[in-house]
Design a protein around this ligand. Structure first.
Ligand code: FAD
Ligand code: 2HG
Ligand code: ZN
Length: 472
């Protein structure tokens, strides 16, 4: 990639206008430091286009002059995918000014938005229109829909509604050379050749910049039942999941598991949180049923179900949410687990998925191997049990400094990812690869699969200006 000359910088500033850019000496930390703070970068320019035409013009100019562009949404990603590198020659293209909700089509159950709209604002707009947009994750107050689509985000509603990929009907994308692809359709069926939008979804900003999206809306939740239960461990969680699926079908919306080590720091660092069971339990599950019909008594059904599971020994204790406040309190704990983990001062994250039925064996095997390598390692295996997606994270032992622990991280990653591969799993279920996971991924991906992916990249971005250093 080329140097950012003063001419190029001023041309880019002109495209976005006086209020559309920031540069040093402004404090650019929020654009250059990733959420985890482990791959900080540098940039000489952040452009903030106000519309699709400006995005396209920035890309056309950068493409003509060989300048690298890092598309950025809320910058909450876990793999350093939206962070510029340390060289200072990559510009950041933030979508933060493109936050219009363009249309809510209640009759067709769709919403059309600009890429920079914050996820929580989309959820709220859907609710105000009497609909539901079901994508839900801890970062929803700051992540943007463009980032959610570009990472194919998962979160806590995938069991019922699928990941971001299943929630999108159409996209508008600014291509590397400045052309605009208009795929902004509301169609639920369209078999006219390759489904191009799906290529941009999950591409981590390497194939184009998403500028607008048509999202699917769903009937609102009129009733929910939420429970926080103590379980013996992952095998009990699997048995409970199966029993709940048989009992409740698609009304089972979320099934999350957490060990004690995941929630203790949350209770310490997040004001207002308290343990739903009043005392520590080694393993817990957070389970939610939802339904669009007010008449169903989901709470009663869930209570009866847990009565049976208590007798059967799958559950040893539990609390049912008795109010919206209880429900919000339970979810606040779950949603802050990542933040709590940060307070341990050093961990390595493995966003694993394996076939759902293999989760207990996978957690067992990976833990044996990690402990054989580092007996004092603190293992926190939590997350989206219903999707086979466990965040199998390894926290710094108390007697190692951050730096000492990080020397061991490559070996720990290798141990866990080898185990994932042996179970036929994926080393990135929902977070993507970014810069942090790309080398590990390359170890496991078949050569011809990487070749096909690189061929697509070369087709969409022949000069390699879009988010270089990510994915490959
Ligand atoms: P960014 O981090 O800004 O960018 C992510 C990637 O998308 C980068 O490659 C970037 O270049 C690209 N990108 C951004 N916008 C565009 C665009 N308009 N066009 C093209 N490329 C673009 N993730 C989950 O999947 N499930 C969870 O449960 C979850 N929980 C989280 C909880 C917390 C507390 C935090 C901090 C993060 C969590 N995440 C989770 C990770 C993160 O929130 C998601 O990956 C989210 O989708 C990223 O959105 P963003 O707007 O912050 O994107
Ligand atoms: C979650 O499920 C997020 O809370 C973050 O995906 C996972 O911190 C993590 O490893
Ligand atoms: Zn997750």
């Amino acid at each position: 990639m080329n140097e950012l000359s003063n001419d190029i910088l001023s041309a880019l500033k002109d495209i976005v206008g006086e209020t559309g850019w920031q540069a040093p000496p402004d404090d650019l930390t929020r654009y250059t430091k990733d959420w985890r703070g482990i791959v900080p970068g540098v940039t000489s320019l952040v452009v903030k286009p106000a519309n699709t035409d400006e995005v396209a013009a920035v890309l056309a100019h950068c493409n003509a002059h060989g300048i690298a562009v890092v598309p950025q949404g809320g910058h909450t990603g876990m793999c350093g995918a939206a962070t510029p590198d340390a060289e200072g020659r990559q510009i950041v293209l933030s979508l933060e000014r493109m936050r219009k909700i363009i249309e809510i089509d209640a009759a067709g159950s769709t919403m059309t938005v600009e890429a920079g709209v914050v996820l929580a604002d989309i959820q709220q707009a859907a609710a105000e229109a009497g609909r539901l947009f079901p994508l839900s994750l801890g970062a929803q107050g700051s992540c943007q829909i463009g980032g959610n689509l570009s990472t194919n985000a998962g979160g806590v509603g995938v069991l019922r509604y699928g990941p971001a990929r299943s929630l999108c009907l159409g996209l508008e994308v600014a291509l590397a050379d400045g052309r605009i692809w208009n795929g902004l359709k509301k169609l639920r069926k369209d078999n006219t050749g390759y489904d191009l939008k799906q290529l941009f979804i999950g591409a981590e900003g390497t194939l184009g910049v998403i500028t607008r999206a048509v999202l699917k809306l769903f009937p609102p939740v009129r009733q929910s039942a939420t429970a926080w239960v103590a379980i013996a461990g992952p095998q009990a969680a699997l048995d409970l999941l199966n029993a709940a699926q048989v009992a409740f079908g698609e009304r089972l919306t979320a099934f999350e598991i957490m060990p004690d080590i995941a929630i203790q720091p949350v209770l310490q660092v997040v004001p207002g949180t308290r343990h739903p069971l009043g005392r520590a339990e080694p393993w817990m599950a957070l389970i939610e049923l939802t339904g669009p019909t007010p008449g169903d008594d989901l709470a009663e059904a869930l209570e009866a179900f847990f009565g049976e599971q208590l007798e059967a020994g799958l559950v040893s204790d539990g609390a049912l949410a008795r109010s919206e406040q209880d429900r919000a309190d339970f979810w606040a704990i779950r949603e802050h687990v990542a933040e709590g983990e940060q307070s341990y001062g050093g961990s390595t994250k493995h966003d694993t998925s394996v076939p759902v039925a293999d989760i207990p064996a996978f957690i067992d095997e990976a833990s044996k191997r990690v402990r054989a390598y580092m007996p004092e390692a603190r293992i926190t295996a939590f997350g989206h049990m219903g999707d086979g997606n466990i965040h199998y994270n390894v926290i710094r032992p108390e007697d190692l400094s951050f730096e000492e622990f990080y020397e061991h991280v490559p070996e720990i990653n290798r141990i866990v990812h080898d185990c994932v591969a042996e179970f036929g799993g994926s080393m990135s279920a929902e977070h993507g690869l970014g810069q942090i996971k790309k080398a590990e991924h390359a170890r496991y991906a078949p050569a011809h699969e990487l070749e096909m992916q690189k061929a697509l990249k070369a087709l969409f971005d022949p000069n390699g200006i879009l988010n270089p250093g990510k994915l490959f």
